[in-house]
Design a protein around this ligand. Sequence first.
Ligand code: ATP
Ligand code: MG
Length: 415
Amino acid sequence: MRYSLVFGKTRREAPKDEVAVNAQLLIRGGFIDKLMAGSWTLLPLGLLVINKINNIIREELNKTGANEMLMPLLHPRDVWDKSGRWSNKDVQQIMYQFKDIHEKEFGLSFTHEEIVMYILSKFIQSYKDLPVKVYHFSTKFRNEPRAKSGILRGREFMMNDLYSAHVSKKNMMQYYEEVKKTYMKLFKRIGLDVVVTEASGGVFTKEYSHEFQVFSEVGEDEIIYCPGGDFAQNTEISSVAEGKQCDLGHGPLKKARSIEVGNIFPLGTKYSKDMKVFYKDEKGQEQPIWLASYGIGPTRVMGTLVEMYHDDRGIVWPKSVAPFHCHLVAITRDTTHVTRMANDVYEKLQSAGIDVLFDDRTDVSAGEKFADADLVGIPVRLVVSEKTGDKIEWKGRKDKDTEFLTPDDVLKRLT
Ligand code: ATP
Ligand code: MG
């Protein structure tokens, strides 16, 4: 893509009231724009990153046999009355609920367990129709009182939520463990080291849940964990003391701040029983459905990546989620052979299937282009200028030194 055509260019300064590093860099880089506290537009570059994150999630969930679909966000009250959650005080703290001009009540989705159960009630007759594993990517609305951590906490944000329905606890737990492993794998592909942490079930279940936490000073959570990796609990629920010896002898337990990027819930039969959605077993008898739900916040993941991977010049995207593979910069005041060469390189890379951001602007200085490349944070910077002759200058975003390569060598390295 030609940078001259990209909507949402870089900015030298972030708005003064923006304290979170993730928001500052994402705004300055032209990835997001703020509508109001906790509400963000994903500009074209930001959407490219989110799409990369979502594709990794999609690929890994599909391997477990899950299906993608898309559910509505505007929910009628009666479906939520079936589980009793419409009137739950804790739910009412976070769910936007309102009446339309006909006095009919609606809520904006903050989660989809009720809607999934409603759909299952129409599609599940017998044990032969189970298991079901469905997910979607869509907006969630939550009346968040503390929308202050930049894009980490939105009042409107993107979620990937997966729901699985089973005939028995055993089957549910088997799939739950598979998804736990899948989450570990997909977070690794995205570039995040996560700690699986025992936590409460919040407004979803009285049972426990498992959170996927990333160590970070800016995180709003605190976990207590064994450095050997065999124990971690959210301090919200933990009764063990810091400094206590780990059971497996990996040294004393430690406390640290962290960001929750995912959360999975073995919900059990509560929703099935409350909403009276059953399946018939081999003997034709009605049995409750075992439900589990699983959620990841791609927009929070994007913010977390920026918190983890940046320096004083800008963002340093991991390869797997960078908006482009490489950033081609043409340094030239007047057209001639430098422009021609840069255009050639751009075409060549494009036809080899490499995502290139081509800074083809003619009214911007070399210094500004380099500063922009560092801010936007694409893993490889390529420069074509008077000085590079028939070679291309190559520099990794994290590298100090540059190298001069032939166009063919550049192609080889990028494919
Ligand atoms: P938190 O404790 O941070 O408020 P939560 O436990 O309420 O989050 P879940 O219901 O577990 O959130 O949602 C699943 C995932 O959705 C979270 O792990 C997180 O990645 C993302 N998420 C939740 N709330 C927000 C939010 N307000 N803004 C952005 N992402 C969010
Ligand atoms: Mg959670």
